[in-house]
Design a protein around this ligand. Structure first.
Ligand code: NI
Length: 255
């Protein structure tokens, strides 16, 4: 059985066939899925689906690309969900994305720091998006993240940064990019990090692995990520599936 620990099935890309996509995942051996919000409406949609489906869990938070128009009410709403919705298992997807010039780095940092502090205060794992921002990311976690734990979704840092993050209590998500033939760095990380700290995810509808690359992604394709990690580590896919599922249950405290 598999745990897709990061997929956006609440996204409008699934408006025509969302229930089918979820059922197909369950029928393909996916036992659990975690849907992270990226703003208030998508977090609300994720919470709603988690209420409706056993096996579906949600994270709530403000993604760096949505950070520009965030108000205090938004933070209050996130806090409310975390403290009142039993199937909200993480604060996310939050972080820093310096790939695009907007929103400014100052705005992104402000919104991220606010949510790091909240995760520490409410003692909930954080689901982190870190793109081309490793230096500021580590600075913020060191300054505001005392006692924090969580996941670096689609991890793209170095092995050295991973060592530091493991001491802090972080896990590392691997997506369909692990399966891309030219992803040398990601394959090396997937082969070398302790399996006890690895999670598998699709980031659906994005990052579709071969053999479906170029098409819309969906959670059942998480099996290709498991198979690639198994190949890289010379293990059985079923063993990678079993251990990563246990890892996901442990970090998100699912019983
Ligand atoms: Ni995502």
């Amino acid at each position: 059985m598999l745990f897709d620990t990061h997929c956006h099935v609440h996204d409008e890309a699934y408006n025509e066939d969302r229930d089918d996509v979820i059922q197909r995942a369950f029928q393909s051996g996916v036992q659990y899925m975690m849907f992270p919000g990226t703003d208030i409406p998508t977090s609300a949609a994720a919470v709603e689906l988690a209420r409706r489906y056993e096996g579906v869990y949600a994270a709530v938070g403000i993604h760096p690309e949505e950070a520009a128009e965030i108000t205090d009410e938004a933070f209050a709403q996130i806090r409310y969900w975390i403290t009142h919705e039993p199937k909200v298992v993480a604060l996310g997807e939050v972080g820093l994305d310096y790939h695009w010039p907007e929103p400014s780095r100052e705005i992104q940092k402000k919104v991220f720091i606010e949510q790091v502090k909240m995760a520490v205060e409410l003692d909930i794992p954080i689901d982190i998006h870190d793109r081309e921002a490793h230096g500021d990311m580590m600075d913020i976690l060191h300054t505001y993240g005392k006692g924090i734990r969580g996941v670096f979704h689609c991890y793209s840092g170095s092995l050295e940064m991973a060592q530091e993050l493991m001491k802090m209590g972080f896990y590392f998500g691997f997506t369909g990019t692990t399966v891309f033939p030219n992803s040398k760095k990601v394959k090396r990380l997937a082969a070398e990090l302790p399996l006890e700290r690895i999670l598998i995810e699709t980031d659906s509808p994005y990052l579709t692995p071969p053999p479906y690359r170029g098409k819309r992604n969906e959670p059942r394709y998480v099996q290709y990520v498991a198979a690639e990690i198994a190949r890289l580590r010379n293990m059985e896919t079923s063993e990678v599936a079993r251990i990563t599922l246990e890892n996901g249950k442990r970090i998100f405290q699912i019983n």
